[in-house]
Design a protein around this ligand. Structure first.
Ligand SMILES: [Ca+2]
Ligand SMILES: [Ca+2]
Length: 288
């Protein structure tokens, strides 16, 4: 599915940016992103637009999961791009993602919701070991109306959840609102939730209203290590497909929900209540 063109993983892209400069970077990652008239991030509640009822914080996490060494691919690895890129975001957590400007638009590629600084103490060995419940959002904002491809490597290291929440808003979560418009949007999120010391479950969700969540793909039971999740969403066709560690989780219809009356036009990483770890993320918004 990652078909056309080539794309360098973040570490390599950064090295090349430093080594060969702007023109070389543009050539390597595809077309430059369009200029965006973007205001500074506004102060908002960090859980706004997410599962607000679930964001209050559960019991203190139990850090008994042995952290794995960073599993980043070799820095010279290249993967194919899935489409002609309109805009893309990536982070490998080798450094503060809010200080990155890999697309060279003069804006930080990521922001912590609410405007607080990124918790750099949570960056360890190329991982974001999130324990503070902060939401990391793509920036600048975008309606995500074109086909969008996501790859995220994450796992849940907090207290096992049993039973798991029907909402799925726990553990390590990737969330994106696509086809954002005044008459509604399509929320799409996936979570990896620890179920025992040695197991996790992967599920994908949509919403029909802000309070009605629908599990649309999964569950898939996996081990305790990092899970590589790929999502491909086509907002015009209302379809989404998922791949977990290289194996299809299927394709289905992505529901549309009523307006949120907010401005949550971004993709987000968050560990809502207990510890979650993020190794790498890419979000590619294709040209229409
Ligand atoms: Ca940028
Ligand atoms: Ca990493």
């Amino acid at each position: 599915m990652w078909g056309r063109g080539t794309y360098l993983v973040p570490a390599a892209a950064c090295a090349l940016l430093c080594a060969c400069g702007r023109a070389g970077f543009d050539r390597l990652i595809g077309d430059a992103a369009p200029a965006v008239d973007a205001p500074a991030p506004t102060s908002r509640d960090r859980t706004q637009g997410l599962e607000s009822n679930d964001a209050g914080g559960d019991a203190a996490p139990v850090p008994d999961a042995a952290p794995a060494a960073d599993a980043d691919p070799a820095p010279d690895a290249a993967v194919a791009l899935p489409c002609q890129v309109d805009r893309q975001w990536q982070a490998d957590f080798s450094s503060d993602p809010t200080q990155q400007d890999l697309d060279g638009d003069g804006l930080g590629d990521w922001v912590i919701r609410g405007g607080s600084p990124f918790p750099t103490a949570e960056l360890q060995a190329g991982l974001w070991r999130s324990a503070s419940g902060l939401a990391l959002d793509t920036y600048p904002k975008l309606n995500f109306t074109a086909p969008t491809h996501v790859m995220v490597r994450m796992r849940h290291t907090g207290t096992p959840s049993s039973p798991v929440k029907a909402s799925g808003f726990e553990g390590a979560v990737f969330w994106i609102n696509v086809d954002y418009a005044s008459d509604g949007l399509q929320a799409l999120y996936a979570s990896v939730v620890r179920t025992t010391d040695t197991t996790q479950v992967v599920r994908v969700f949509g919403k029909t209203t802000n309070s009605n969540t629908v599990q649309i793909l999964g569950p898939r039971d996996v081990g305790a290590d990092f899970v590589q999740l790929e999502l491909t969403v086509d907002p015009a066709a209302d379809t989404v497909s998922a791949v977990v560690d290289g194996t299809s989780l299927g394709s289905t219809t992505l529901p549309r929900q009523t307006p949120l009356n907010n401005d949550d036009r971004f993709a987000t990483l968050i560990a809502p209540s207990t510890q979650g770890e993020f190794d790498e993320v890419r979000v590619i918004h294709c040209q229409p």
